[in-house]
Design a protein around this ligand. Structure first.
Ligand code: GLP
Length: 241
């Protein structure tokens, strides 16, 4: 695991965007695993800026997003499908047909999860997986539990994650109770992982990520075993290490 210490969110976003830009430049048809949440938003802004300066071409890039809430239409402004268009896809020259997000509306969870795993496989796997991190150490929506997850699956969100994400909804009751997420296995199979962590509320999770025991109770800790994992973290996120 390689740790890049940065001062703040702005520097974090610039560093992470440069790593993604290098990937796109070196392999124009690469498969990017993408994340949502506030952590990667600044990175996406930097990528848009690089595209607008004429430095990046996304026309051949393929993407697979980590996760989606169950029960939110892609047009819902808190769906991750909406987030990706709003924060990145609508601002670069990516072909929307090359972008993929789990379908949170498919009434058959097992079929949807199997479809998504087959899709990742058919793309040849993920070249670079961008990750945020939950305050409880979740990656994607792989919540703390008794075992690391294998394959895309529908999960029940923990109370703490719903509480953490309620800031985006009108009330806690509006936060979906379930989500579909690629598994820890799929994240670990990405050829490179890039995790960005910012802010003091991530400090305990970052401690578990960097130096805690590898345990499914701290899902991010498995990344200690990844052969090419880069962590970009700011001073606040590193305050417990
Ligand atoms: C969300 C997402 C994760 C994200 C995490 C942290 O619920 N499913 O992919 O990394 O929680 O979110 P944020 O970056 O907004 O703190």
């Amino acid at each position: 695991m390689r740790l890049i210490r940065v001062k703040d969110y702005e520097e974090l976003s610039a560093v992470a965007a440069r790593i993604i830009a290098a990937q796109v430049t070196l392999k124009p048809d690469c498969v990017l695993g993408l994340a949502t949440g506030s952590s990667p938003e600044g990175t996406y802004k930097q990528l848009i800026a690089a595209y607008e300066r004429g430095e990046l071409d996304f026309s051949q890039v393929r993407t697979v997003n980590l996760d989606e809430y169950v029960g939110l239409e892609p047009t819902h402004d808190q769906s991750y499908a909406y987030f990706m268009r709003d924060r990145l896809f609508d601002h670069i020259n990516i072909d929307l047909k090359n972008t993929n997000i789990p379908d949170g509306m498919n009434p058959d969870p097992a079929a949807e999860c199997a479809r998504y795993d087959a899709l990742i496989h058919s793309l040849g796997g993920i070249d670079l997986q961008l990750l945020g991190i939950g305050p409880n150490g979740h990656i994607g929506f792989n919540e703390p539990g008794e075992a690391f997850s294998l394959g895309t699956q529908q999960i029940e969100l923990t109370a703490s994650t719903r509480e953490a994400n309620k800031r985006f909804f009108a009330s806690l009751d509006d936060v979906p109770t379930h989500a579909r997420t690629t598994g820890t296995r799929e994240i670990m199979q990405a050829r490179r992982v890039l995790l960005v962590a910012s802010g003091a509320n991530k400090a305990q999770a970052v401690k578990g990520l960097l130096s805690g025991p590898v345990t499914p109770h701290m899902p991010c800790s498995i990344l200690q075993y990844h052969p090419d994992c880069i962590v970009v973290a700011d001073e606040a996120a590193l305050s417990a290490v």
